[in-house]
Design a binder for this molecule. Structure first.
Ligand code: DAH
Length: 354
């Protein structure tokens, strides 16, 4: 067998890239036999070269081509092999991972956003470290106003040249910020953390409120009542929600009303719905003209209603917890019991309750 046939045989038989490369070196390497043949061309007469030259180049071309072809075969065979062995069965159960839950407060905030979005409300935010002006003065509580004393305020250490700051005692300051930022007409809710120096089974120094405000040209108490009724029906997922508005006082609304919701006993538990008794759930009223003016709008042109309530309390009423302090203990057992799956996203169509 000639050298060419032998080399081509070896190339065809190469079982992997390494064997193929060995065959290549033997023929085309620095000391390979094809290379040696090529070197003989230099010592030939022109006549000899004219005959042997094309022969030798032809040998080199055949060997080179055979190597390339075999290489392609080996590479694709290797790919096939890997595709066959590195298979991943996606139907296998995922490995156990520690799973957290969505805190009821977050869940209720999502429910509120969903319900009020359907009524055309956007979600607004404001800072938790708030200036005295937004937290009190702009809400018609000037310094020395007696209502200030009711808030058990955490005051921040005053700093030279900076406005006095407090930890916001309610979400109402977001009313002012939203009016300033977006003007009128306006429809927003503002959920968030608030702070008061108070602590027992039903009070924690930090808790959550949601504020709502609607400003337009002809908004009246009827709109307020309908909005709250619609909200409470959607939130508690019952049609037999009864509300009662009692005259009250808040500095930032005139007139002001406290809103009670009817409750009844079901399986020994007090639940929202029916009318066996009443419990207070919301503060509300028509936004005071001075508040509208403090936010830079003309109270002769614009009017509206506002309301505020505690989110933690709403969560307790809906999901049956009875000690507020446990909301903030971070106890994994409580969270497993009362928390929500990450994918239990509230939607109006499916019912906002998880
Ligand atoms: N800011 C009040 C509070 O913290 C709640 C409240 C009452 C908000 C009446 C309002 C309102 O917007 O109109 O107790």
């Amino acid at each position: 067998m000639s050298d060419v046939e032998q080399t081509l045989g070896r190339i065809a038989a190469a079982g992997d890239l390494q064997a193929l490369d060995a065959a290549r070196v033997e023929a085309l390497g620095k000391n390979g036999w094809v290379t040696a043949l090529l070197k003989t061309l230099g010592g030939m007469t022109p006549d000899e070269r004219q005959v042997r030259g094309p022969e030798i180049q032809g040998v080199r071309a055949r060997v080179t081509e055979a190597i390339a072809e075999r290489k392609e075969q080996l590479v694709s065979a290797e790919l096939e092999r890997r595709l066959a062995t590195e298979r991943l069965d996606l139907s296998l159960p995922a490995p156990e991972r520690p799973q957290g839950t969505v805190h009821p407060v977050s869940q209720v905030m999502d429910e509120l956003a969903e319900i009020f979005a359907d009524l055309g409300f956007a979600v607004a935010e404001g800072p938790e470290i708030e200036t005295d002006w937004y937290n009190f003065t702009a809400l018609n509580m000037p310094e020395s106003h007696p209502a200030r004393a009711m808030h058990d305020t955490f005051y921040c250490e005053p700093r030279d040249g900076e406005p006095a700051r407090v930890l916001r005692t309610h979400t109402s300051p977001v009313q002012i910020r939203a009016m300033e930022k977006h003007g009128a007409p306006l429809r927003v809710i503002a959920p968030g953390r608030v702070y008061r120096s108070d602590s027992d089974a039903t009070h924690t120094p930090m808790f959550h409120q949601v504020e709502g405000i609607v400003i337009d040209r002809a908004i009246h108490l009827g709109h307020l009542k309908w909005t709250l009724e619609t909200f409470l029906k959607a939130f508690f997922e019952r049609d037999d929600i009864a509300i009662r508005m009692r005259p009250s006082y808040f500095p930032f609304t005139e007139p002001s009303a406290e809103v009670d919701v009817g409750w009844s006993m079901e399986k020994g538990r007090r639940v929202v719905g029916g009318q066996e008794g009443w419990m207070e759930v919301l503060g509300s009223g028509m936004v005071h003209p001075r508040v509208i003016a403090a936010a830079g709008l003309d109270p002769n042109e614009w009017q509206g209603f506002a309301f505020g309530t505690g989110i933690d309390r709403l969560a307790m009423l809906k999901y049956g917890m009875n000690d507020l302090r446990q909301f903030f203990d971070g106890d994994i057992r409580w969270l497993k019991h009362y928390g929500f799956a990450a994918l239990a996203i509230p939607t109006l169509s499916a019912g906002v309750g998880a």
